[in-house]
Design a protein around this ligand. Structure first.
Ligand SMILES: Cc1cc2nc3c(=O)[nH]c(=O)nc-3n(C[C@H](O)[C@H](O)[C@H](O)COP(=O)(O)OP(=O)(O)OC[C@H]3O[C@@H](n4cnc5c(N)ncnc54)[C@H](O)[C@@H]3O)c2cc1C
Length: 454
């Protein structure tokens, strides 16, 4: 009996994890990763500012799912099978030590994403996975009596692992043509579809689509052509544009904790906030953007934002604190005596925004001005006028509809033999290593399932 063939489309985190898992679990299976770009794992390379935030030190499967605005329920069972602690063990068993930062994010101890790339490329090589860069898949078709035919765009090439690890383009002599389609199947596919002349055609028994987020809906068309539905793509993990001049003057200041909310959209998050040259960023804003990805897109990224700068203190306690300052430091200027833990530059701007003149002393603070100041401290309102993608990590909300996938195997419920993994699915997490964790988990499960069929 001839060996079964598995093709993984997409040489990113999810595709590699699936291919390695499948090839290790079923060594007789021919596993090939097809990547349209010249290099594999290109997002891993740039991830986490070049350090790759591999996962998060959250080792409770239920808690882990709570970090996914899309996919929370679907990921429950997968995380019971392969969660963050399994990721740590997987990399450590292959010689990659991970370290945990104070906020829970986990990185390679080397602080370099290249360590993760080397590990994945090395594991793929050891497991006999075949790698084909520069091979964009243009079309896929389900063959009438089982398996899939894939049509590649343009001229394919094959890069040796050693060259890929060195980050070099292939030498002329290294280019080899491969055609996984047997002559009989080749003529059947070509004849049946009448479309193989445009590019090389490949055949496989099991197909994994791991082509990443569909920021452009065209990126999900292969899944659609096989009967799947795409939830419309919109960005997640972005920062807010705010034109208020005094806020922009505070660029670089960070405050923690701050409570940020979007009235009317039922969005509320607490955490560190960073003032930038264009508005606001930091974990609290990224979390709001992730949970509110769809609703904020619906508002065209124009909405009021409320900030409570002192969420750990009640409004009454703040009022009393200001009262006592009137008594204990009556002669001091208000702008010069900030309430802890607010940075003095921020305090100064909040006092001015409350309508209190720069030369007002505590003794001269009127009752109504004191109320204004408390309001400013617990509910500053800004108008958000747009968004920017976060430079350290961004993902797409939307993708293949989750109800159409069996999360025990990552196999399509619509098209048997077709599997999915990674960001192509309508799954996205908040920032902090959760998006890679979803890629590792879904890739691992898909790899195991394809191996079990082989
Ligand atoms: C700048 C940046 C930094 C990030 N940092 C982090 C981080 O530190 N931690 C974290 O958890 N997440 C991070 N993310 C998110 C994370 O990178 C993604 O969630 C993750 O890479 C998804 O993996 P994937 O394999 O599903 O998709 P991808 O990594 O996008 O891989 C998909 C691959 O498929 C290929 N492909 C697409 N179409 C075809 C086709 N037709 N034929 C052949 N190949 C095709 C693509 O070229 C690509 O190489 C970051 C994202 C960005 C943009």
């Amino acid at each position: 009996m001839s060996a079964r063939r598995v093709i993984v489309v997409g040489g990113g985190a999810a595709g590699f994890f699936a291919a390695i898992t499948c090839a290790e679990a079923a060594p007789d299976t021919g596993v090939t990763v097809i990547e349209k770009g010249p290099h594999f794992l290109s997002k891993v390379r740039i991830s986490g500012g070049g350090r790759c935030n591999v996962t998060h030190a959250c080792f409770d499967a239920r808690e882990l799912t709570a970090r996914f605005p899309r996919g929370e329920r679907a990921l429950r069972a997968p995380f019971m099978t392969f969660q963050a602690s399994d990721t740590v063990a997987w990399f450590e068993s292959r010689g990659v030590k991970l370290k945990t930062e104070s906020d829970g994010r986990m990185f390679p101890a080397s602080n370099s994403s290249q360590t993760i790339i080397d590990c994945l490329l090395g594991a793929a090589k050891a497991a006999g996975v075949k790698l084909r860069p520069n091979s964009g898949v243009e079309r896929v078709a389900k063959l009438p009596d089982g398996g899939f035919g894939l049509t590649l765009a343009g001229k394919p090439s094959s890069l040796s692992l050693r060259e890929e690890r060195a980050g070099r383009e292939p030498e002329r002599g290294a280019v080899q043509k491969t055609n996984l389609l047997s002559p009989a199947l080749s003529s059947r596919f070509a004849g049946g579809e009448g479309e193989s002349s445009a590019g090389e055609t490949l055949f496989c028994d099991h197909l994994l689509l791991a082509t990443g987020g569909c920021r452009a809906a065209a990126a999900g068309q292969m899944a659609v052509s096989l009967g799947h539905t795409l939830e419309p793509p919109v960005p997640s993990l972005f920062t807010f544009h705010i034109g208020t001049p005094w806020l922009r003057a505070l660029a670089g200041i960070s405050v923690e904790p701050v409570e940020a909310s979007v009235p009317g959209a039922r969005l509320r998050e607490r955490g560190a906030l960073l003032a930038t040259h264009w508005g606001l960023s930091g974990p609290v804003i990224l979390r709001l953007s992730a949970w509110g990805a769809r609703v904020l897109h619906g508002l065209n990224y124009e909405f009021p934002l409320h900030l409570n700068w002192l969420p750990q203190i009640s409004a009454e306690a703040i009022f009393k604190d200001l009262d006592s300052r009137r008594k204990t430091q009556p002669a001091r200027f208000i702008v010069n005596t900030p309430v802890a833990p607010l940075p003095s530059r921020l305090w100064e701007q909040l006092v001015l925004a409350a309508g209190i003149a720069r030369d007002t002393r505590w003794a001269a603070l009127s009752r109504s001005a004191q109320h204004q100041l408390v309001q400013q401290l617990i509910r500053t309102e800004f108008q958000v006028t747009g968004k920017s993608l976060n430079k350290d990590e961004f993902v797409t909300c939307g993708g293949v509809r989750l109800g159409e996938v069996n999360f025990k195997t990552m196999e399509s419920r619509i098209c048997p033999g077709l599997h999915f993994a990674g960001e192509l699915l309508d799954i996205d997490g908040i920032t902090g290593g959760f998006n890679f964790q979803a890629a590792w988990t879904t890739g691992w499960i898909a790899g195991q399932a394809m191996a079990a069929h082989a």
